[in-house]
Design a protein around this ligand. Structure first.
Ligand code: HEC
Length: 90
């Protein structure tokens, strides 16, 4: 699966999370057990997951590299914004 992230991450704040909603749900509550809920998660935890995905300390089940590929395209500001945005969702 290929997702074009460049246009998304040019946007500011919560708009960065638009692409995430396809899998993690509009409000960060996923409609499928395949995709974890991210709403309300502690920002520090979420930020660490992105760091771990980016350096491959965390991998998925081997069927998809999606989060690793996404994390590799995020900078520190993106990660901070997304993590605190996710924490604020219910
Ligand atoms: C194509 C589907 C897809 C998209 C798009 C996607 N994710 Fe994910 N995400 C997953 C899957 C599947 C997992 C769990 C498996 C894994 O680790 O790869 C996951 C895991 C995560 C986790 C770890 C959750 C935990 O409890 O440890 C976070 C955080 C996360 N995603 C955030 C995001 C954010 C923020 C975006 C948008 C920038 C995003 N994801 C876009 C499918 C997706």
């Amino acid at each position: 699966m290929k997702i074009k992230l460049s246009s998304l991450f040019a946007l500011a704040g919560p708009a960065r999370a638009l692409t995430c909603t396809a899998c993690h749900g509009v409000e960060g509550n996923s409609s499928s057990p395949m995709w974890p809920n991210i709403a309300g998660q502690h920002a520090a935890y979420t930020a660490k997951q992105f760091a771990d995905y980016a350096n491959s300390a965390r991998t998925s089940d081997g069927k998809t590299r999606i989060m690793q590929d996404i994390a590799a395209n995020l900078d520190k500001d993106d990660i901070a914004a997304l993590s605190s945005y996710a924490q604020g969702l219910k």
